[in-house]
Ligand binder design. Structure first.
Ligand code: SF4
Length: 920
């Protein structure tokens, strides 16, 4: 008898198309399997540099995004009151004509009255180019409420930041410390990296109030009290300085530690404006060939940065015994951690047999580094002391000699890139003309602030004003509140893309919904017009007047560009595309193509040709043919005749080449350029050849920040541009040129609220859209408030109980759960799982709406009034980063809210009508 022939591996598809995932910001390569033209399966692309075939739950679940009932299906115009969700379908021609009719007159008269802000989109080099050519100063993406403290502190200190702009040297690091890293960020790359460390027996330490995710698989965990990371880091620095465990040769050669600080707090400089150091008893420019700068020199009353630094951090106020209670970590553990860091760094150096030449022309036989690396994320960033905390962490890396050395932290092209190599912000408005330059940048002093002639903020979000001088990503979280208050001025049209500002992307959510619907004495809305583009029926949709429905990420072109946020690795510059692996089955258009169309209809420079016709057919056409500088375009691969890398003219076949190559391109860094990049001649020359820089730009790591000192001097009364009187004391404290720690703002006002309250996104979700995904909802359908043991017992909680959670701003009633692995003064929950009833195509009784909740209702966008008549935003005073994690609450056991048989979290809001194609 013959056995039946079984097909044990039936083909899941008849075609595979390779593109780039967008279920989080990691941008992994994916193979999208199609069967009869429909997506049947998504797997990781093994040849892709980001994920090497690894696919997470989010990535696999992308298949449910293109069938989600919440997908918007056609352009919509509001017909009922704003917030009611009453819309009528209109054609694209009508929609675009309406948008042009609203915005064109404003461009000719007052372009600043259009405010264009985007969420987690990945096309900021296009959106900023559009806004610049429209002429409004009011543009930014979501970085201000995400992690600008990390980005700005990194750029100003080491010329690159944590997260996607660098990574630990996974191959050589011996000790890896994570500060405030939630598991939604850096998903597959960090998981792969942790796997490599564990396989080698390297040690991993998590420093986080909550032990979940990566912290749960760490070898050790320090459950720090929120907002005190900076204090812990400076205490570690105290211990290392006390023990003499800092890398003096590295500090002398590659940092501004030997630079001479004059009595005015600025560097002594030579005739060519180069900072001076002392070498062999002579004052010489820092880049003089062959010198050994002296870290302990004095000169004409000036001392070195190293002396200022040692004096500050050796102070007893940073001793472990002085900070232990505040940080919630015993002093012996802090000392033990410092000793462990010192042991890994100085008793186990990594030496690579690789010759290289530094920027002074000095040859080196080997590359030697310190195998201690760090990673940090929003946990340290989203506080009102987050900028200085992130700077403190970079200082620790610098003192160890662990930036851009083997075993340490490695930057990814186009980084390293110091603040001076970035543009300064621009804000000069000329009706009918483009803005005078890029909106966002890195100010070097008060002269770069975005202020009007009368000294008031030039931008609606008050970015780059005295309130937040280094707000490199803008303050999206303040736009609606400021526009509603008319402070600093009123706007007409709020144009938002992919930003759920009526729900989880806003502080004080209920009040924001009221602001969006509030009318002035004339009966008109205070924010007269709102245009919104999204692929899904988020909570924000109901508050828009005009909806431009976007495609999903599998249905459109995208460009993951070196002009923006590429997919580089430390050893290779890399970029990638998305392309329509399936065609939309509804009347939607990719937002980037719509923006290009709008640009042409508005006649914006850069979007029309000499005859006034459209310059680009769509986004794909723009990706291939746009040139930011001659020969430099959105994509680096296959330029010119198809063989040029980085620099070269447009190649009509470029997108085809990307598609053939798995949707990505890599340019590899030469062996002698792999480390010491800021000072390595071979790297600097390679970066110029590949179009990353126009000229070599070596620089010193910045322990002492001169840009910050310039603002501090202004606060002291020096210089032409002076802050208002009420800002002086705050600026003097916040703009300290050496990293410092101060308690989070609002601590005083929160005395009656003894617990810190945090949120983090889970590993299985990243965007708001994750919690309406049919597969991912099964992992997280609702979210309890996790409570530490001491609070659990004090309140007499039992499983299934509910609690009233109160902050100075508001109150919520939510289910609780016990979590022992938690800082004893902290409660927390998952963010953005809670949905408003009726939104996202979900059934009004879906668990996301009845047992899912936000802490946003408890967080105010302003600090409590100080009695000075000013509105002080709940933000970091340096960058304007939203201080989400400064929240303090009280937790009390209470009865479950009605109905008895199925209690629902409070507050609840009126059910939104279904804007999608049915309920899930
Ligand atoms: S880590 Fe992010 S980009 Fe990678 S597969 Fe998962 S969701 Fe997609």
């Amino acid at each position: 008898m013959t056995q039946p022939q079984l097909d044990l591996s039936p083909a899941v598809s008849d075609e595979i198309r390779q593109t780039t995932c967008y279920m989080c910001a990691c941008r992994c390569g994916i193979n999208v399997h199609l069967k009869s033209g429909r997506v049947s399966y998504i797997e990781g692309n093994r040849a892709h540099p980001v994920n090497k075939g690894v696919l997470c739950a989010k990535g696999a679940s992308g298949i449910r995004q293109i069938t989600a009932p919440s997908r918007l299906s056609q352009p919509l115009r509001r017909v009922g009151p704003r917030g009611s969700g009453a819309f009528e379908p209109i054609s694209w021609d009508e929609a675009l004509a309406l948008a042009v009719a609203w915005m064109a007159p404003l461009r000719e008269t007052a372009p600043e009255k259009v405010a264009f802000f985007t969420g987690r989109d990945q096309s900021q080099s296009l959106t900023s180019f559009w806004a610049q050519n429209f002429g409004t100063p009011n543009y930014a993406a979501h970085g201000g409420f995400c992690s600008v403290n990390m980005a700005a502190a990194g750029i100003y200190t080491i010329g690159g930041a944590f997260w996607e702009f660098g990574q630990p040297d996974w191959e050589h690091t011996r000790l890896f410390l994570m500060f405030g890293v939630a598991e939604d960020h850096d998903s597959n790359p960090i998981k792969i990296g942790l796997g490599r460390l564990k396989a080698r027996g390297a040690r991993v330490i998590g420093i986080n109030p909550v032990r979940s995710g990566y912290n749960a698989v760490a070898d050790d965990w320090l459950g720090i009290t929120p907002g005190t990371d900076g204090l812990l880091i400076l205490s570690l620095i105290h211990c290392l300085l006390e023990a003499g465990k800092v890398d003096l040769p590295y500090l002398a050669r590659f940092t501004n530690a030997p630079c001479l600080v004059g009595p005015d707090g600025l560097f002594l400089r030579d005739g060519q404006d180069k900072p001076l150091v002392i070498a062999d008893g002579r004052a010489v420019a820092f880049d003089t060939p062959g010198i050994q700068p002296d870290l302990g020199a004095t000169h004409q009353g000036a001392r070195t940065v190293f002396q200022h630094m040692a004096e500050r951090y050796l102070s007893p106020e940073y001793a472990p015994e002085a900070v232990a209670d505040r940080c919630g970590i015993p002093a012996p553990r802090i000392r033990a951690l410092a000793a462990e860091i010192a042991d890994a760094a100085f008793n186990h150096p990594v030496t690579l047999e690789q010759e290289w030449t530094d920027f002074r022309g000095d040859p080196h036989k080997t590359m030697t580094g310190r195998p201690v690396s760090f990673h940090a994320m929003r946990g340290i960033s989203a506080h009102s002391n987050g900028f200085q905390t992130a700077r403190s962490l970079h200082l620790l890396q610098i003192l160890l000699g662990a930036v851009e050395t083997p075993g340490g932290y490695r930057l990814k092209p186009p980084y390293p890139k110091p603040a001076e190599a970035h543009p300064a912000p621009h804000c000069k408005v000329t009706p009918g003309k483009p803005l005078d330059g890029p909106h966002l940048g890195y100010p070097r002093g008060p002269e770069h602030l975005c202020l009007k002639d009368d000294g008031s903020p030039a931008r609606i979000d008050k970015a780059f004003s005295w309130e937040n001088p280094l707000s490199a990503h803008g303050l999206m979280h303040m736009v609606i509140a400021n526009a509603h208050a008319g402070d600093p001025y009123r706007i007409d049209t709020l144009f938002l893309y992919m930003a759920n500002m009526a729900w989880n992307s806003s502080m004080n959510t209920a009040a924001v919904m009221e602001m969006l619907t509030d009318r002035g004495e004339d009966g008109e809305y205070r924010i007269p017009r709102i245009i919104y583009s999204d692929a899904y029926a988020s909570e924000m949709v109901a508050y828009a007047d005009l909806i431009l429905p976007d495609t999903t990420y599998l249905e459109r072109h995208d460009c993951i560009s070196l002009l923006d946020r590429p997919i580089s690795e430390p050893d290779a510059a890399g970029d990638a595309i998305r392309w329509p692996v399936v065609a939309p089955d509804r009347d939607v258009r990719g937002f980037q193509s719509v923006l290009i169309d709008l640009g042409a209809r508005l006649g914006l420079p850069g979007f029309v040709d000499a005859a006034g016709g459209p310059l680009y057919a769509d986004y794909a056409d723009y990706i291939v043919n746009h040139q930011r500088r001659p020969g430099i375009g959105p994509l680096m691969g296959w330029r010119g005749n198809g063989d040029a890398e980085g620099r070269g003219g447009p190649n009509p076949a470029q997108l085809d080449r990307y598609i053939e190559n798995g949707a990505f391109y890599q340019a590899h860094v030469p062996d002698d350029a792999r480390y010491f990049k800021p000072w390595n001649r071979a790297y600097q020359d390679w970066a110029v050849r590949t179009g990353l820089y126009d000229a070599p730009q070596p620089y010193l790591l910045s322990i002492w920040s001169e840009p910050m000192r310039r603002f501090q001097r202004a606060a002291e009364g020096q210089g032409q541009r002076q802050p208002p009187e009420h800002m002086r004391a705050r600026l003097k404290q916040a703009m300290d040129p050496l990293p410092r720690w101060y308690p989070p703002f609002g601590d005083e006002a929160a005395r009656d609220y003894p617990l810190h309250a945090l949120t983090q996104r889970p590993m299985a979700m990243y965007h708001s859209w994750g919690s309406q995904n049919a597969w991912l909802r099964q992992i997280h359908g609702h979210n309890p408030l996790y409570v530490p043991t001491a609070v659990w017992e004090a309140q007499g909680f039992a499983p299934g109980d509910w609690a009233r959670v109160t902050s100075p701003t508001g109150e919520i009633i939510v289910p609780v759960a016990h979590m022992p692995a938690l800082n004893p003064h902290t409660v927390w929950t998952w963010n953005a799982i809670g949905k408003r009833k009726g939104a996202w195509g979900l059934d009004p009784n879906a668990p996301e709406a009845t047992k899912g909740f936000l802490l946003n209702h408890l967080i105010h966008e302003l600090l409590p009034p100080k009695g000075d008549g000013q509105r002080w935003s709940n933000s970091d005073p340096v960058t304007g980063q939203a201080a989400w994690f400064d929240l303090r609450v009280r937790v009390e056991k209470c009865a479950a809210p009605p109905p008895d048989e199925a209690p629902e979290v409070l507050p609840q809001f009126p059910v939104l009508p279904d804007q999608g194609r049915g309920r899930a």
